[in-house]
Design a protein around this ligand. Structure first.
Ligand code: 13P
Ligand code: SF4
Length: 420
């Protein structure tokens, strides 16, 4: 089996969730819509980054030439450069990353090489923003393709969250009780804009990732009676449910409806207000897929990402962040069969890395995260060769005021420790 999703999509486009994925990302960076693949049904954010600026010569280069150019530019830049790569990146890009990890590990990796002049982030926009906020001010952070966003992050924009917060504070008030506990505080998933991280920083809130969501919710419940959790309803629900919060105390907040679509009484009883957001990739996983995998092999083990719907997480044997999934596979034994509910690039890489285990994606359709997929090697070659010439392209630079508030919420996350 080939590990490269790029090869699979190019050779068998009919098996992918969208045939357009076989084209270079520059073809769809310029057309209306939010990009093909898993995010195609998503709402178009406004404004959307659609630069389509990759010089034509990079679009026409063969895979081999791109590979050679990336390797040569990286070697020339040496210690000046650090490349960070998320697990969901395609193999052709991941192989050049100095650090490969989940979003929490990559946030910490951004802090780990202060001597490097440039961080090239092969991931999505919110990850590069976080690296810019956490890294030294004289370091530049580059996102090779500025159109690599995250459809889930776009589901919570600053003005909708501000409006929701005003409504919420009218109901609960803003003053702490006699023990110093706030009525409510905001928790944002890492998959959100810097502006929303700053919002959390300003309102006593915190950031979480899929690997520390329970620790962060414990931190929040020590300081407040309830939380507003955004943008991913599934991570919020799955985490709070595992901590014992009843479903009736987790109303959904629909930003298009008054009081999020709830009554005042419902909100007074609430512990976790869940923003109406989701990941298009993880929403594709179903209980049926798990049932079929078990029917085919009763010994199969199933692990899914906590961005999957609650019924899927409940039906699986385990759930966890991309790093937890990787560790689960590493700890399995030769001969084990494991079905995974997460993005296909990562699943295929694990399958290639552990050929003695039978590892497969629960979703039978090849469906990469279409925004992660936008970091094509052509963009990586271009930004690296520009750096060699002394030019910084596609820099992610968070407004200093926003960054200072966002850093408060990120530092709270980095300092939060699980209860002994
Ligand atoms: P991880 O934090 O588990 O890497 O997840 C990030 C993400 O975007 C998953 O969709
Ligand atoms: Fe966003 Fe989902 Fe892609 Fe993760 S997999 S970056 S949540 S769209």
């Amino acid at each position: 089996m080939t590990a490269s999703v790029n090869d699979l999509i190019t050779l068998t486009p009919k098996d992918s969730c969208n045939t357009q994925l076989a084209a270079g990302p520059w073809d769809f960076d310029t057309v209306p819509g939010y990009g093909p693949g898993s995010s195609q049904a998503d709402q178009l954010p406004d404004p959307v980054s659609r630069p389509g600026q990759l010089p034509e010569r990079y679009q026409l280069m063969s895979d081999t030439e791109l590979d050679e150019r990336i390797a040569a530019a990286k070697a020339t830049l040496g210690e000046e450069l650090v490349i960070l790569g998320h697990f969901y990146q395609r193999d052709e890009v991941v192989k050049y990353a100095d650090f490969v990890g989940d979003s929490f590990q990559l946030a910490k990796a951004a802090l780990s090489r202060p001597e490097a002049k440039t961080i090239v982030f092969c991931g999505v926009h919110f990850m590069a923003e976080t690296a810019d906020i956490l890294s030294d001010t004289d370091q530049s952070v580059i996102l090779p393709n500025l159109a690599a966003g995250c459809s889930m992050a776009d589901m919570a924009d600053e003005s909708s969250v501000e409006t929701a917060w005003e409504e919420i504070c009218e109901i609960y008030g803003v003053d702490p009780d006699a023990e110093g506990k706030l009525p409510i505080l905001p928790v944002t998933y890492m998959n959100s804009s810097a502006a929303l991280k700053a919002f959390c920083g300003r309102h006593g809130g915190i950031v979480c990732t899929s690997s520390n969501a329970a620790t962060v919710l414990e931190w929040a419940f020590e300081r407040a009676h309830r939380v507003l959790f955004f943008p991913d309803q599934h991570l919020g629900r799955n985490t709070a449910k595992a901590m014992g919060v009843p479903l009736e105390q987790m109303p959904l907040w629909n930003p298009r409806k008054a009081l999020g679509g709830n009554t005042e009484d419902q909100l007074r009883e609430a512990k976790v207000l869940l923003w109406h957001g989701f990941c298009s990739v993880h929403r594709r996983f179903t209980v049926d897929q798990i049932t079929q995998a078990r029917a085919a092999d009763p010994q199969v083990k199933i692990i899914v990402h906590p961005e999957c719907p609650m019924e899927v997480v409940d039906a699986a044997d385990a759930s966890g962040s991309t790093d937890a999934i990787q560790k689960f596979i590493a700890a399995a034994s030769p001969g084990d069969s494991i079905g995974i509910g997460t993005e296909i690039n990562m699943v295929n890489r694990l399958a290639a890395q552990y050929p003695d285990r039978s590892i497969f994606c629960l979703d039978p359709v090849i469906c990469p995260c279409s925004t992660m997929y936008r970091i094509h090697p052509g963009y990586l070659a271009w930004v690296l060769e520009e750096l060699v010439e002394g030019r910084v392209n596609n820099q992610i630079s968070v407004d200093p005021q926003v960054a200072s508030h966002a850093k408060i919420a990120l530092d709270r996350m980095l300092a939060a420790k699980p209860k002994a």
